[in-house]
Design a protein around this ligand. Structure first.
Ligand SMILES: [Mn+2]
Length: 436
């Protein structure tokens, strides 16, 4: 028996957010091709999955709120034994109703015939226009068909809206089941980082460490990486979105790993930075400690009522203070903050929403008001310091890059670190690397 209850609840919730006499359209992910007939890895569209739990390509979900009644209608691929031999079983219309509790199910080939009827007397359409222009055009064609019948009393939709803001507002709050999945994604990602940290001590190329990370994620039940892993040794850690993961390293480097698994559709995101030879040198230690102090200070403020801007400003304050202490910046802290003098060393924001997508949907700011943190929201906290060679700072700091990142769930009175359990202090890291 499928766990369909939470999907029914979400569709009902969404339909209540629609204006009366509306339909919303959400689409499953398509197959895409790497070249010729070789497919890219397929992953279900996050919103479609959130609303249906259906793991099949190409389907189209219609949620209607007409005359006060909510209905879920799906159009899906036709069952076809000849194709299913190649592609695997398709769900088919019967099971869409029986197992996924759709109110109506049709085959995709019936779409053009059924949609004008479904849209008649519906005043608003909610859909994420602009992502797929042939489909946008198909919607306009259905509307045109209804307009042609206006003399016999049929009424076409009057306005078009984006669906994304409504679903994003729902996805911003993680329910109990989502929290449990994110907790498991965190647990797996922690194991992967811990194993990679140890493995890095005995290897000499970033590629080997990336392989170990990804192997461990799959081994522990993760489906895939939630995003392209960053395995950056030495100066590569100063490239924020370093992609190559293929360079040799020695045992005097720091290694920065930014990686997390996806587990049952939910992401985790962790950054660890550690010495490849088991011990930090003095300069590495100082920068690491500066970032750790900032990380801890910001974590302590992860609570209801704060927002991304207050947390970011707090991180800038701490980074600035630490950079002054290390004589990397000189002057009055308030003035340095005002002039954003930290930007050459801390050039990104403190974090992002996380959920089904690693950079999850959800509004950061409405007009001048930053979204206040509330229980059930999940975000990352990831301060960093990156020092590229430059004449303004002592050479001993050059090419050191440190970031420390955890995935955090806001709770009623506090926060929960979904990626707790990593060695984080200098002492914990050195002990871990030298006794395992
Ligand atoms: Mn992140």
């Amino acid at each position: 028996m499928k766990k369909t209850n939470q999907y029914i609840k979400r569709r009902k919730h969404l339909s209540q957010a629609l204006a009366p006499q509306s339909i919303a359209i959400a689409r499953a992910a398509h197959y895409t091709f790497r070249n010729a007939d070789v497919e890219n890895e397929w992953r279900q569209d996050s919103t479609f999955d959130y609303l249906t739990g259906i793991n099949e390509a190409e389907a189209i979900l219609i949620i209607s709120n007409i005359s006060g009644e909510t209905r879920s209608i799906i159009f899906c691929q036709t069952k076809d034994p000849k194709i299913e031999v190649w592609e695997g079983a398709r769900i088919g219309t019967k099971a869409m109703c029986a197992e996924y509790q759709m109110d109506e199910a049709y085959e995709l080939k019936e779409l053009d015939e059924k949609m004008p009827n479904l849209l008649t007397d519906c005043k608003q359409i909610y859909f994420d226009f602009g992502d797929d222009s042939p489909f946008d055009q198909q919607i306009f064609n259905w509307i045109k068909q209804i307009k042609k019948q206006s003399r016999i009393g049929k009424q076409a939709p009057q306005s078009l809206h984006f669906l994304n803001p409504l679903v994003s507002a729902m996805r911003l709050y993680k329910d109990d089941q989502e929290q449990a999945l994110m907790r498991e994604a965190g647990r797996i990602s922690v194991i992967a980082h811990k194993k990679a940290m140890l493995y890095a001590q005995t290897q000499n190329n970033e590629a080997q460490i990336a392989a170990k990370l990804e192997y461990t994620m799959r081994q522990e039940g993760g489906e895939r990486c939630a995003f392209g892993s960053i395995v950056a040794s030495g100066a590569n850690a100063c490239t924020l979105h370093y992609r190559a993961n293929n360079q040799p390293y020695d045992d005097n480097s720091l290694m920065l790993i930014d990686a997390g698994t996806e587990y049952q559709g939910y992401a985790s995101d962790i950054t660890t930075t550690f010495p490849t030879g088991g011990k930090f040198n003095d300069a590495q230690k100082a920068i690491y400690q500066a970032v750790l102090t900032t990380h801890q200070a910001v974590l302590s403020q992860c609570k209801v009522g704060q927002n991304f801007d207050t947390l970011h400003q707090l991180s800038c304050h701490h980074i600035c203070e630490q950079l002054v202490n290390l004589d990397i910046l000189q002057g009055d802290i308030e003035k340095l903050l005002e002039e954003k003098s930290y930007l050459p060393y801390y050039m990104h924001r403190i974090g992002h929403w996380i959920g089904r997508d690693v950079h999850d949907v959800g509004s950061y700011r409405e007009g001048e008001i930053w979204q206040p943190l509330e229980a059930g929201m999940a975000l990352t906290i990831e301060p960093g310091i990156y020092i590229l060679p430059n004449e303004n700072v002592d050479k001993k700091w050059w090419n050191i890059g440190v970031r420390i990142e955890d995935t955090i769930l806001i709770t009623k009175n506090d926060y929960e670190n979904l990626t707790a359990g990593l060695p984080r202090t200098i002492e914990e890291i050195e002990t871990y690397l030298n006794t395992n």
